[in-house]
Design a protein around this ligand. Structure first.
Ligand SMILES: CSCCC(=O)C(=O)COP(=O)(O)O
Ligand SMILES: [Mg+2]
Length: 227
């Protein structure tokens, strides 16, 4: 019996194009000014130090770090330091109404149905927890944050590593066999399945013939009671 559903964001609840054509360019455009203006902020300092460590450049200047971060954005690197900064930068875009968090139309009705069935909802994304809360807090469908019991980012581990799913199960306090992970990326689902989770793959666009996971095209095709 499924007692909690953990969902990925990009390619699962939300269009990859929104992330790549709206969020990433916005962060790219505002990154240098944001970092310079907020270079003494505790969270910015921590993120920049994480980038120094990740890029093995302990003496990197602010200009060096900005160039590194732009490179990370362009290669879609799931860098925790970059992801933390992106979340901080996106806040202004959401709050000023420059964009809303994209949601496929099948997502909210499914979340509401699952909640009514007594299933707890969680998010696991490479985007930072504050970035996840912004996307769902300023979504196309309004503020959905009250639907979620918790959020996970790469602080629990990378999405393709089995240990991350053991860690999440421990945080949630439920057996892996009662957890369902939804993602568009079969390598993430492989890791979750290895940890004993149920898995479903969202195919929002191109087919994935290399996957061994059950596939659906949208959330209306998911019935946790039949898993
Ligand atoms: C949390 S909103 C932005 C998504 C993001 O930055 C990202 O890297 C997407 O990663 P996901 O794990 O959701 O595919
Ligand atoms: Mg994804």
């Amino acid at each position: 019996m499924i007692r909690a559903i953990v969902t990925d964001i990009e390619g699962t609840t939300s269009d990859i194009q929104f992330v790549h054509n709206v969020l990433f360019p916005y962060a790219r455009q505002h990154l240098a000014a944001f970092v310079r203006d907020n270079q003494t902020d505790e969270k910015v300092v921590a993120a920049l130090n994480a980038v120094r460590e990740e890029s093995a450049a302990p003496q990197a200047s602010l200009d060096d770090l900005i160039a590194t971060l732009i490179g990370f954005i362009d290669e879609d690197r799931k860098s925790p330091g970059l992801k933390a900064l992106q979340g901080m930068i996106w806040r202004a875009g959401y709050v000023e109404g420059q964009f809303t968090g994209h949601l496929y139309p099948d997502v909210l009705p499914a979340f509401e149905r699952w909640k009514q069935q007594g299933i707890a909802l969680y998010v696991y994304s490479s985007g930072s927890v504050p970035a996840q809360k912004l996307l769902f807090g300023y979504s196309d469908e309004g503020d959905l944050t009250s639907l979620f019991s918790g959020y996970f980012d790469t602080a629990v581990g990378a999405k393709r590593e089995t240990q991350s799913y053991h860690n999440i199960a421990e945080h949630i306090g439920l057996a892996p066999s009662s957890l369902l992970f939804l993602s568009d990326i079969h390598q993430e689902l492989d890791a979750a399945a290895q940890a004993g989770w149920h898995t479903l793959q969202l195919i929002r666009g191109e087919a994935d013939n290399a996957s061994r996971h059950h596939q659906v095209n949208d959330f209306s095709q998911i019935n946790p009671e039949s898993i």
